[in-house]
Design a protein around this ligand. Structure first.
Ligand code: AMP
Length: 430
């Protein structure tokens, strides 16, 4: 199957060829004809499958060039980074047309975006919050919208955008084409799809929540943080010395700590990105990574939503993610469209519970393999503070799984705290 077989017009065939795409991806093969035919489509596809092109190309073709005034296509995404990335994709697919597109995102004052909207646009790519804000200011006129896309719908639900999406549905024309893309399709997304789409066709490129097959996934056990750092350094400097790597951590504090630790060995090669960083700092970190100026980007899950660097060869999970969907999203950052990738997940004793949860949800053929820590990696002794903190976490996990469980650690803690006089209060809280 070639792009030519998808009834795309010459301008778009030239654009994909200029972008270096040789043939359409499976989601593009399935989605493009249906969208061109005007159907509502649900696409279950993760990032890396070419899903952006799958909806952007046919929507642009249906616009038939520029029109003055209000936008006709709205693409809603969960994060600023993804909005900027999708906007970039729209501009490249539209490079041989006169179609205009705007990214409407927060983090900067709305003034410029208001002025840009006044100048006219055909496509807007927006986060739901900024979309509604500009609508309420009267800057974003919705009456000409005839196509709406919800991209990464699962993540939009996770981030609590449902109220804004409902508000939006109230203010856009009823007669429109709707497209919904999501990496996973849990019940909450199904409910959203029910509200949002009319007789949709559902297409799926891999079974729900399946990591792309081109990624080799490994689970590697390490007893403590320092050993994890040693393992990461081994992968980055010995095993994959040239490659670009995304390293996922749970919290922004972890992001900083891990970056600082890696930088001791790899000065000026590591950047950090998380949702609390100022917008310009996040964008700077992203573009440095994209340009290959830094080899390693340390990120939390939320910030990673917009990261699309096809050259990312290695994904490292410093911990097992707590949400199993995040695992699929994270490793979907490598092995994109026709490339292969590696994904390592570091597991310490506190990660075992989450690991079971993640692995259970994956189809048998796409589960990660166990890999021994290389003999080149120094296994350091666990410092007492870390051992204690892990014991506490494991105790908590066991109590959560079995409310009748009373760990030794837990008993000791209760005795010592009642001696100090705070036991009564603690007990009441429980
Ligand atoms: P997406 O799943 O939309 O995030 O796309 C993932 C990556 O694949 C992006 O870097 C795209 O530029 C690239 N891509 C999209 N379509 C194709 C294609 N048909 N052939 C090769 N690469 C593609």
């Amino acid at each position: 199957m070639q792009f030519e077989d998808l009834k795309l017009k010459r301008q778009f065939l030239n654009a994909v060829s200029d972008l270096g795409f040789v043939k359409p991806t499976p989601i593009q093969i399935q989605a493009i004809p249906r969208i061109l035919a005007g159907q509502d489509v649900i696409g279950v596809a993760q990032t890396g499958t070419g899903k952006t092109g799958a909806y952007v190309l046919p929507l642009l073709q249906k616009l038939k060039g520029r029109q003055d005034g209000a936008p006709r296509v709205a693409i809603l995404v969960p994060t600023k980074e993804l909005a900027l990335q999708v906007h970039g994709a729209v501009e490249s697919f539209a490079m041989h047309t006169d179609i205009r597109a705007l990214a409407l995102v927060g983090g900067v004052g709305p003034k410029t975006q208001i002025a840009e909207l006044e100048a006219g646009t055909d496509v807007v790519v927006a986060t739901p919050g900024r979309f509604m804000e500009l609508y309420l200011k009267g800057a974003l006129v919705t009456k000409k919208l005839h196509s709406m896309v919800l991209d990464e719908a699962d993540r939009m639900m996770d981030m609590g955008f449902m109220p804004q999406l409902r508000d939006m549905l109230e203010v856009i024309p009823r007669k429109r084409q709707n497209l919904l893309f999501s990496a996973t399709f849990p019940q909450r997304v199904e409910r959203l799809a029910d509200e949002f789409l009319l007789w949709p066709t559902r297409i799926e490129v891999t079974p729900e929540g399946t990591p792309v097959a081109s990624v080799e996934q490994y689970v590697v056990r390490a007893p403590n943080v320092q050993t994890k750092i040693n393992a990461v350094l081994h992968w980055l400097t010995d095993a994959h010395p040239e490659s670009r790597a995304l390293l996922f951590v749970r919290t922004k504090e972890d992001a900083k700590r891990v970056r600082v630790a890696l930088e001791e060995t790899m000065p000026r090669q590591v950047a950090e990105i998380h949702s609390n960083k100022a917008q310009h700092t996040r964008l700077a970190a992203m573009s440095q990574f994209r340009a290959g100026e830094v080899r390693v980007l340390v990120s939390t899950d939320v910030s990673a939503r917009g990261i699309d660097v096809p050259e990312t060869e290695v994904v490292i999970n410093f911990n097992v993610p707590r949400m199993s969907d995040d695992y699929v999203h994270r490793i979907g950052r490598t092995g994109r469209a026709d490339r292969s990738g590696m994904a390592y997940t570091l597991v310490d004793p506190t990660d075992e519970v989450a690991l079971v949860r993640v692995v259970e949800r994956l189809p048998a053929e796409s589960r990660p393999q166990d890999l021994e820590l290389s003999s080149q990696v120094e296994v350091t002794e666990t410092p007492p503070w870390e051992a204690k903190s892990m014991a506490r976490t494991i105790d908590f996990q066991k109590r959560k799984a079995d409310p009748t469980y009373k760990g030794a650690f837990h008993e000791k803690k209760r005795k010592s705290s009642s001696k100090s006089g705070s036991g009564g209060r603690r007990r009441k809280k429980r």
